[in-house]
Write a protein that binds this ligand. Structure first.
Ligand SMILES: [Zn+2]
Length: 233
């Protein structure tokens, strides 16, 4: 059988196998790329730390409130206990009580504001948690699709390799070696198809003699410009 034809068949299979390898590598990369999920996780972490900070603030306010309440109770107890008799001391105590009450009122406002902030943050956090569930589901669907594609590529590769094994039986060892060497040197493309008397790999027009020779089934002609084996069809 025509050697150039056999080699062009081999080339077609090898090019397909190369494409499969490229796509398989891409799929492996895509399956590991959890960017869409990680972005949401990062947003969730940020929200959580904002929430933690506000809870710490709230705890401090509550502690301060307790201290103020205790001090107030003590002062009021002293005021009404009747042990302090000097007007000057009584006045001081009353002043302190009124200052403590002002501080308590301001603390209460801070406490309320912080509690409201925490509530808002909790709501925002649940929205992000919902986003996370959605992102994980989108990613899982994507991965399932990619794994399906991967296994059909594996099957296709197996079939092609079997076909290739059969095809090389029709090619003599020297031609096969020449083909393999060219493929390595020419970025995977050793055989170029001739269309309109031109090499489709480099675009060079064939001389009438080469064109004639390329069409003969007995000879193997290479492109005078790029060096690839020509297949005239
Ligand atoms: Zn060429």
């Amino acid at each position: 059988m025509n050697l150039a034809f056999q080699l062009s068949r081999l080339q077609k299979m090898d090019s397909e196998l190369d494409q499969i390898t490229i796509r398989k590598n891409e799929i492996v990369r895509l399956i590991q790329d959890e960017t869409i999920v990680n972005e949401v996780k990062e947003r969730l972490n940020e929200k959580q730390s904002e929430l933690d900070n506000n809870q710490k603030v709230l705890k401090k306010i509550e502690e301060k409130n307790n201290q103020l309440q205790l001090k107030l109770q003590e002062d009021e107890h002293a005021l009404y206990g009747g042990k302090i008799k000097l007007p000057r001391e009584l006045q001081d105590l009353q002043n302190e009580i009124s200052s403590l009450k002002k501080q308590t009122a301001s603390q209460d406002e801070d406490q309320l504001n912080t509690m409201m902030t925490i509530e808002d943050l909790e709501n925002e956090k649940s929205l992000i948690q919902r986003d996370l569930v959605a992102a994980e589901s989108v990613f899982a669907t994507k991965v399932a699709g990619l794994k399906g594609e991967l296994s059909s590529l594996e099957k296709k590769k197996e079939n092609l390799l079997a076909e290739r094994d059969a095809a090389i039986q029709n090619v003599d060892a020297a031609s096969l070696e020449r083909y393999e060497t060219l493929r390595k040197a020419k970025r995977g493309l050793a055989v170029a198809v001739v269309v309109d008397q031109a090499c489709t790999a480099c675009g060079a027009t064939l001389t009438p003699a080469d064109w004639q020779a390329a069409r003969s089934p007995q000879r193997l002609v290479t492109c005078s410009s790029c060096g690839r084996i020509l297949y005239a069809g």
